[in-house]
Design a protein around this ligand. Structure first.
Ligand SMILES: [Cu+2]
Length: 292
């Protein structure tokens, strides 16, 4: 026992003194994967880069996604167009890149020119505007009109249960679970609880059938009175999601390989859009403050 303790302290000291030894100090639940691709953009603070990358063996197919780096210095000297090889670290609820290495450079592909026309039905809803109705299916296989949530404030997000990135869909699930918990525990929110509905819509109806969603909801401890899971016809879901700024791309060879962004919306009891959060940069507390 004691020698084990000493060993741990020794390893911890090594980890603290040398970043390069981090590989030998991996936490037991830590996974390391190789990411190879091209940098499309870097945030001004160098915390995140959007990377168009190849298949990540054992995790996900080729896609374009933002990645956080462990240390902003890792992106110093890099620019859009650079080809890189990096280590993707997945650890419990987090994911980040370290060991970023420039391997070359290539011209950036021109972005696709298609912009949805004003009458496509896919245009963004602005705050204050009515959210369009859509008929979806809930975790019990029941048809559910989105308008049936009128009378309660709705917090809406879009996910799919097989999402492999802990900082994406699983984070939305964890945040919703935290919001549900706070609504129940905080007496000042108790009244609000009855007036709030959490809704997670899956854009992967092929996998996320009602029984799968029901199981997923149970795993998360979702109270069906407060938190509903929906899915539906794929095109209907895509169109509805697009109104909030969600874009979903599926591989033509396998529609279950999904590239997507994140949007979470607050809708008032009258069915009007209040606010949309972009990406994974919101917290349960922030959301609860906005709900109040
Ligand atoms: Cu996801």
């Amino acid at each position: 026992m004691r020698s084990h303790f000493v060993f741990c302290v020794f390893v911890a000291a090594l980890c603290a003194t040398s970043a390069t030894s981090a590989a030998s100090c991996a936490r037991p639940d830590e996974r390391h994967l190789v990411l190879q691709g091209q940098i499309l953009s870097i945030t001004p603070n160098h915390h995140e880069a959007t990377i168009k990358h190849e298949d990540i063996q054992g995790l996900m197919p080729a896609m374009t996604m933002p990645y956080r780096v462990r240390d902003p210095k890792l992106l110093d000297g890099l620019a859009s167009g650079d080809l890189i090889k990096a280590r993707l670290v997945l650890v419990s609820n987090d994911a980040y890149l370290d060991q970023v290495l420039k391997t070359g450079q290539a011209p950036l592909e021109a972005p696709p020119a298609e912009t949805p026309s004003a009458s496509s039905g896919f245009e963004l809803i602005s705050p204050g505007q009515r959210v369009p109705d859509v008929t979806l299916v809930d975790q019990d296989g029941r048809k559910r009109e989105f308008d049936s949530f009128r009378g309660r404030a709705v917090v809406l997000t879009f996910i799919y249960t097989r999402c492999p990135m802990p900082t994406f869909c699983p984070l939305m699930d964890r945040n919703f679970a935290a919001v549900q918990k706070k609504l129940k525990e905080d007496p000042s929110l108790a009244a609000a609880q009855k007036g709030v509905q959490l809704v997670s819509v899956s854009f992967d109806p092929l996998t996320d059938t009602p029984p799968v969603l029901k199981q997923h909801a149970a795993t998360l401890g979702a109270d069906p009175k407060t938190w509903t899971f929906l899915t539906g016809d794929r095109d209907e879901v895509d169109k509805f999601a697009a109104r909030f700024g969600v874009s979903v791309a599926r591989l033509t060879t396998d529609a279950r390989d999904i590239t997507h962004n994140l949007r979470t919306a607050i809708i008032d009891p009258a069915g009007r859009l209040v606010k949309v959060y972009t990406g994974n940069e919101w917290t349960p507390d922030q959301l609860l403050a906005d709900l109040k």
